[in-house]
Design a protein around this ligand. Structure first.
Ligand SMILES: Cc1cc2nc3c(=O)[nH]c(=O)nc-3n(C[C@H](O)[C@H](O)[C@H](O)COP(=O)(O)OP(=O)(O)OC[C@H]3O[C@@H](n4cnc5c(N)ncnc54)[C@H](O)[C@@H]3O)c2cc1C
Length: 338
């Protein structure tokens, strides 16, 4: 057998072992935490961001998580999902824009994509990062860009605001509250790994918010975020219960549980069942290319389901965060090298 093939086979085996270890929860605090930190540090490296996308093996590996770099690729993937009764959310990759002209270009791009969604009659929403709309430059500029997108979007859907690193949480929630006071079709992401999120969620409930609950994808210090997977999972489930409480539903909250964690999904389903909550009172969201079988199963069983499709050429930091979520992916990346 040729050397590269031997390496590929070993990398694949190593990936499986690592995955088992990761799922066992034993390592989250130490070894896995280190691996995760390294990958998240890579996501912030400018040099790597410029060099890595030129490598063919990186470009090949990233196709697992995105259908292509263009809006056409993403819309075609949304069309395919629609055939399986799965809704979609599009996001154009990019963050921390430092030029107002770039924020304007991104905003116009989203307005055009909304037009295309309308023409194709897709069940597709958008998800935006505030730092891509100019948050680092000027809050007013960012709000006005966001507002243009919300006004252009279908009132029956939601324009989702991603949650970025913890230093952006206050300003993101401030902008969300402001937008929600004027528009019904805007939602925000909350991260279960942050200690503060329970308080944030409580403070939003009376607005009848649309909340996408995630575990959280950034590198956070221990005084802000739970470190152990078990604690993050427990907090996630506790936040689910708040979001599905009679008070939250009476206020008109829309609950979107964005996770690939099958154990957690099962717990949510059991909770929904035992509390006589309708399947239409919540939805599950996943990322394109991850847990495809589970995505199809949820849709078949009549749960509301959306898949977030990312596209664009600025995929390096986002791809590193996907690797950090499951470090075993690194071995699949290395396999692509050969
Ligand atoms: C729709 C959507 C929107 C999101 N928006 C945000 C956001 O705005 N801000 C933010 O901080 N985070 C966001 N995230 C990412 C999120 O915070 C988590 O990092 C990510 O979802 C992984 O956590 P998990 O809940 O799937 O659970 P985990 O416990 O991490 O994973 C459970 C299982 O899912 C599978 N899995 C998870 N991730 C991967 C992967 N990358 N590759 C292969 N398999 C994987 C593995 O089998 C793993 O064992 C979003 C996620 C989704 C699905």
């Amino acid at each position: 057998m040729a050397r590269p093939r031997v390496f590929a086979a070993r990398a694949s085996e190593a990936a499986k072992c690592l995955d088992k270890l990761f799922k066992s929860d034993a390592l989250m605090g130490d070894e896995m935490g280190i691996m995760r930190s390294v990958l998240l540090a890579c996501s912030q490296s400018r040099w790597l961001r410029e060099q890595a996308p030129r490598q063919v093996f990186m470009r090949r590996a990233v196709t697992r998580f995105m259908p292509g770099e263009s809006a056409e690729d993403a819309l075609a993937a949304a069309e395919e999902l629609r055939k399986k009764s799965i809704g979609s959310i599009l996001t154009h990759l990019g963050e921390n824009v430092s030029d107002p002209a770039e924020a304007e270009r991104v905003t116009r791009h989203y307005l055009e994509v909304l037009d295309r969604i309308g023409v194709m009659n897709l069940n597709t929403e958008l998800s935006v990062k505030l730092t891509q709309l100019g948050l680092d430059l000027d809050h007013e500029l960012c709000y006005s860009n966001l507002e243009r997108i919300i006004q252009h979007a279908d009132e029956k859907g939601v324009v989702w605001i991603d949650m970025e690193a913890s230093n952006y949480v206050d300003v993101t929630l401030e902008i969300y509250r402001r937008a929600r006071r004027s528009y019904p079709n805007v939602g925000v992401c909350l991260q279960a790994y942050l200690y503060r999120t329970a308080r944030d969620l409580e403070s939003l409930i009376s607005m009848g918010p649309a909340i996408r609950l995630v575990k959280g994808a950034y590198r956070e210090p221990p005084d802000r975020a739970f470190r152990r997977k078990r604690d993050v999972d427990e907090n996630y489930f506790s936040l689910c219960k708040t979001l599905l409480s009679p008070g939250a539903r009476a206020a008109g909250a829309r609950a979107a549980f964005a996770t690939h964690d099958r154990r957690l999904i099962r717990r949510i389903m059991e909770f929904v069942d035992s509390n006589h909550i309708g399947k239409n009172d919540l939805e599950f969201q996943m990322l394109y290319g991850i847990q495809r079988a589970e995505q199809a199963r949820l849709a078949r069983e009549g749960w509301r389901e959306r898949v977030l499709i990312s596209y664009g050429s600025y995929w390096f930091p986002w791809f590193m965060r996907r690797l950090a979520e499951r470090p075993a992916n690194v071995f699949f990346l290395l396999r692509n090298l050969f």
